[in-house]
Design a protein around this ligand. Structure first.
Ligand SMILES: *Cc1c(COP(=O)(O)O)cnc(C)c1O
Length: 407
């Protein structure tokens, strides 16, 4: 196979190719980290300028009503809902993924009196495990971590909640959401899915899976910008029993009644805590609109094609790296991860060549294939760069071994 020629064929036939122009990406960069921080949509600066200069600058406080700031969290949540198989009133855009995890773990514990165990897997994303630990320190939860193969057997009658990340951040391995949710329910437990590496990249159907709760990230495949608000999902059937611990005034039924007593807003709005980050929501809305316009089914199809093509290109170059992502593209998210003892230095050598991926401790080179803007030609070029870096040994340059604070 001639990778470049094949890439040209794929790019010419790619129905999503025109969407590349809707993103702003620097010249000379092959961006394989859209799974960590999504690229900037071209429309975002203009929208933010309008929100800053007109809505804030001119409208001032009137914009809470006139510019719809007050409804933004629910509006953006309702736009995220169809991307994850949820109904509009089941999703709200608010806080960070970490904070939303805390609220929903606590809410789940309250719905399962007599059970305290939160079941998860070792190696889950750190914040997910840390947020359980925080509730454990409050005496409210007991954390139990069990390898993924043994999760179903571990669903005993003391489990309140099964908390899992749908697509694993390090390996890209995807859980069977429907099967695990069914198994948890059969054991009387609730399920909370972290969709941070799924939303906008792989199809998710929370309704079909009968999921109870979910959270997810706004700055990864949704392209909401650094620190974008996250989202939270609660199935309609739980709204009547929903009680979350961060009872701030924006989750109140009537925040501007300024009452002394907390009365939760009905439905998903109760998950808000303080004043919503309007600028962050405005940027997130642009990303969500664009991803929704492209459509998750098409994105997933291209994502699988991109990662399969990358593997084929590596093979064509004779590169034999240990791939820790599932070999079957339908069993993984939109990324490939490779294990190498010098993964950090290799990643730095690639970045020096303009190929931006990332490193995950202790030995994983992680390459994300964001389907909304990546070209097959870039995938072919990235594989060639990786082959050259490995063959030349240039990663042994001492400068590539110096670890930065943020990797
Ligand atoms: C990125 C990511 C998060 C991020 O949480 P923040 O609160 O936004 O820092 C959480 N969970 C998973 C699985 C992630 O991949």
């Amino acid at each position: 196979m001639n990778p470049q020629a094949r890439a040209a064929e794929f790019d010419a036939a790619d129905a999503l190719a025109p969407f590349r122009a809707r993103f702003s990406l620097p010249e000379g960069v092959i961006y394989l980290d859209g799974n960590s921080l999504g690229a900037l949509p071209r429309a975002t600066p203009e929208v933010l300028r309008r929100v800053l200069e007109q809505e804030w600058g001119e409208g001032l406080i009137r914009s809470w009503n006139d510019a719809g700031w007050f409804e933004m969290a629910g509006r953006v949540g309702a736009k995220i809902a169809p991307l994850i198989g949820a109904a509009p009133g089941e999703v709200i855009a608010c806080d960070s993924t970490s904070v939303n995890l805390f609220k929903l773990i606590a809410a789940a514990l309250r719905m399962r009196p007599g059970r305290k165990v939160i079941l998860s897997e070792p190696g889950n994303f750190p914040t997910d495990l840390y947020m359980i630990a925080g509730l454990e320190a409050q005496g409210l939860a007991t954390r139990r971590l069990v390898e993924r193969e043994a999760l179903v057997d571990a669903l005993g009658d003391d489990i309140a909640l099964l908390l899992l990340t749908h697509v694993h951040y390090k390996t890209g391995a995807m859980h069977d959401m429907a099967a695990l949710t069914r198994a948890a329910h059969a054991a009387g437990a609730l399920v909370l899915w972290d969709l941070s590496h799924s939303t906008g990249a792989v199809p998710v159907d929370l309704t079909a899976a009968e999921a109870d709760f979910a959270v997810g990230c706004g700055y990864k495949y949704l392209c909401g910008g650094p620190g974008a608000p996250a989202f939270a999902f609660v199935a309609h059937r739980h709204h009547a029993d929903l009680v979350q611990p961060l009872t701030g005034w924006f989750g109140h039924a009537a925040p501007f009644a300024f009452s002394d007593d907390y009365v939760p807003a009905p439905g998903i709005a109760q998950l808000q805590c303080g004043t919503p980050p309007v600028l962050g929501l405005a940027a997130l809305e642009v990303g969500v609109d664009l991803i929704a316009e492209i459509g998750v089914a098409r994105l997933y199809e291209k994502s699988q094609a991109l990662s399969q093509f990358f593997l084929a290109c590596l093979a064509a170059h004779g590169v034999a790296l240990e791939c820790v992502s599932p070999p079957d593209s339908s069993a993984r998210g939109s990324q490939l991860s490779f294990r190498h003892p010098e993964a950090y230095a290799i990643c730095q050598a690639l970045i020096a060549r303009g190929v931006i991926g990332d490193f995950r401790d202790p030995d994983v080179l992680r390459l994300g294939f964001a389907p909304a803007y990546l070209r097959f030609a870039e995938v072919a070029a990235a594989a060639r760069h990786l082959a050259e870096v490995l063959a030349s040994g240039e990663w042994q340059n001492a400068a590539f071994g110096q670890r930065a604070a943020v990797t």
